[in-house]
Design a protein around this ligand. Sequence first.
Ligand code: SF4
Ligand code: SF4
Length: 195
Amino acid sequence: MGAIRDYFGNISSALTTAAKGMRITWRYFKHEPPITIQYPRERVEPPPSYRGLHILQQDKCIDCHLCAKACPVDCIEIEAIHHGRTLEWKQFSIDYKKCIFCEFCIPVCPVDCIHMTSEYELATEDPDGMVEDLLTWTGLRPEDQRAVEAAVNKKKGVAAPATIESAKGAPEPGSAEDKAAKIAAIKARLKKGSA
Ligand code: SF4
Ligand code: SF4
């Protein structure tokens, strides 16, 4: 008799529990706003602390490689020629196939010139497109080139111009336009790679 009572008691308990669960589900379904969005037609704005694509204030960078040394997966490649304190830039790239967005590269920078943005759209079908060069310009900017030429000529004691690669030309480094242009360029390249 006790076994029969337990049997029906278990069925009753299961039905009650299911009904409670369904009541909560129905309440959320009817009254709570949806917590999902229709990506990619809608986008979520991540919090400011989100660790997304990097951005470099190239004019402040001193090519110390501390960020590259701090990176646990060796995904930062930096190359620049030093003309005294002026840098002739060749490369400053991050391989996003390896990057784990740990942020270790950020606090070690002695001049606070590398940052992480809240940009998170990285999907691409082209693995090569995931190596991003963060440089705004390569070579020397015109003003840097003039300074280097002057230094070289002073050293030589002649007026011959130095033969150094010219800068590509770019928006004001570190400006909002510069950052927006970099992110737009990265997104365009990723989009092109996945097309
Ligand atoms: S976020 Fe981490 S893994 Fe990515 S580049 Fe910086 S240190 Fe390397
Ligand atoms: S730590 Fe900062 S200054 Fe040094 S190479 Fe990296 S970004 Fe440039």
